[in-house]
Design a protein around this ligand. Structure first.
Ligand SMILES: *Cc1c(COP(=O)(O)O)cnc(C)c1O
Length: 419
């Protein structure tokens, strides 16, 4: 394993073939398997990259892997929780997180979520100026407040999150000044600043430029409004290598680059030195989750199809974004990638494909496939279209034991909400 906590060898899987077969005998496919030690290593690597900051905290983005067992092990590694909904706040509370270990960043927010966030004492990050009065009315104003900044045309985003000026998130530069002034005039004294611009970005300089933009804004806002900032939240979006030829993000370079702009902004200028926060999801859990599925049928028409017992309902990223997920066949790892496959699920949708024209060892029904880098935005994005049921989630503990942390849905679960 390298210092970034991603597998050193692309396609690496923590179980050998016999262990995988024994696991499948206990838990029928498809299921997710998460590697606890890997996730904690990733959290530590991020913390080490920011060890220079007076205070640093990673608020794990709960939406990426919303399982309380995973939140608990990340909390034990020093992470807080980044929540964006009532259910995510409830999950954070269930694992014992509260107060300023929870960051609440939502949009189109209902009153009940602000009420719950206030009840927990969470850091509240506003997505719109109108939310200030709405929050005050429904939940009361907190002692500390931040706004989510959207720089518009001044920055480019990327494919998943889109261009900032077309994104629904955050407030404009002018609105930031108005928002903090209004919050100050209503008695708030403690402030933070937040943004979230990119998704799955692997270029450290992108994050250095984001940090520079935020630090400069903190300096300007502090001077013009006579307020001071306790934290700058750089958001999440640090990418991972999904393809074997890609490299992990150089977190050390990312941290060092941000340190340079931090020191240039805050050292010797009389400005208080704010804490640095991140809210990464993918970086922490992405490489350490695997979707395990079996080949049901091989179909030969104009192409060769391997149909799995998992579908896009278990992992929608390939169908939704055209995302690449590496696929390995542990029992056939010694064989050449001799056949081109479209690897499909059983949804009645033609984008229900985990891979298109992928060379793999020649497959047969019953072969076990490992779909890699599915630990973030994988099970979480699952859905039940076509009557598909969500799979179980299993956790490989640091001591090698594997336990189920979410059971598979049953047909009774599927029918339960029908009146
Ligand atoms: C999704 C999201 C994150 C986490 O994104 P990753 O790409 O998983 O790091 C962080 N913050 C906000 C506001 C988000 O919406």
């Amino acid at each position: 394993m390298n210092s970034e906590g991603a597998p050193a060898v692309p396609g690496q899987f923590p179980l050998d073939v016999a262990q995988l077969q024994a696991l499948v005998a206990r838990y029928p496919t498809p299921f997710y398997l998460y590697d606890a030690a890997g996730m904690q290593r990733s959290a530590r690597a991020l913390q080490q990259a920011f060890a220079w900051a007076p205070t640093f905290r990673e608020f794990f983005a709960v939406k990426a892997t919303p399982n309380p067992h995973i939140l608990a092990l990340l909390a034990a590694a020093g992470c807080g929780a980044d929540c964006s909904s009532l259910a995510e706040l409830v999950l954070a509370e269930r694992v014992g997180l509260s107060g300023e270990l929870i960051m609440f960043t939502s949009n189109t927010t209902p009153a009940e979520e602000f009420i719950q966030a206030r009840r927990l004492g969470a850091l509240i990050n506003l997505d719109d100026l109108n939310h200030l009065a709405f929050l005050a009315h429904h939940a009361g104003l907190p002692a500390i407040l931040s706004f989510r900044y959207n720089p518009g045309a001044q920055r480019t985003g990327n494919v998943i999150i889109g261009r900032p000026e077309e994104a629904k998130f955050g407030v404009t530069r002018d609105q930031l000044f108005a928002g903090y002034a209004a919050a100050r005039d209503q008695g708030i004294r403690r402030f933070g600043l937040h943004t979230m611009l990119a998704s799955n970005e692997r270029e450290p300089s992108y994050f250095v430029e984001t940090a520079r933009m935020l630090f400069e804004l903190v300096a300007e806002l502090s001077a013009s409004l006579a307020i001071s900032f306790e934290f700058v939240n750089l958001g999440g979006g640090i990418g991972i290598p999904y393809r074997p030829e890609e490299a992990p993000v150089d977190l050390h370079a990312l941290g060092a680059g941000i340190r340079a702009v931090y020191e240039a902004t805050f050292d010797g200028t009389g400005l208080p030195r704010p804490a640095i926060f991140t809210e990464c999801g993918r970086l922490i859990t992405g490489p350490h989750g695997y979707l395990i599925a079996s080949v049901r049928h091989i179909k030969q028409t104009y192409r060769t199809y391997a149909g799995l017992d998992a579908s896009m309902a278990n992992l929608m990223r390939p169908g939704m974004y055209g995302a690449y997920h590496h696929i390995t066949v542990p029992a056939k790892a010694h064989l050449p990638n001799a056949t081109l496959y479209d690897i499909t699920g059983s949804l009645c949708e033609n984008n229900d494909k985990f891979a298109i024209q992928r060379p793999l060892p020649t497959l047969a029904p019953g072969d076990l496939l490992v779909i890699h880098d599915a630990g973030a935005h994988g099970h979480a994005m699952g859905f039940s279209y076509n009557g598909k049921l969500r799979s179980a989630e299993l956790l490989l503990e640091a001591d090698g034991q594997i336990r189920m942390i979410r059971r598979a849905e049953t047909i009774e679960d599927y029918l339960q909400t029908i009146v």
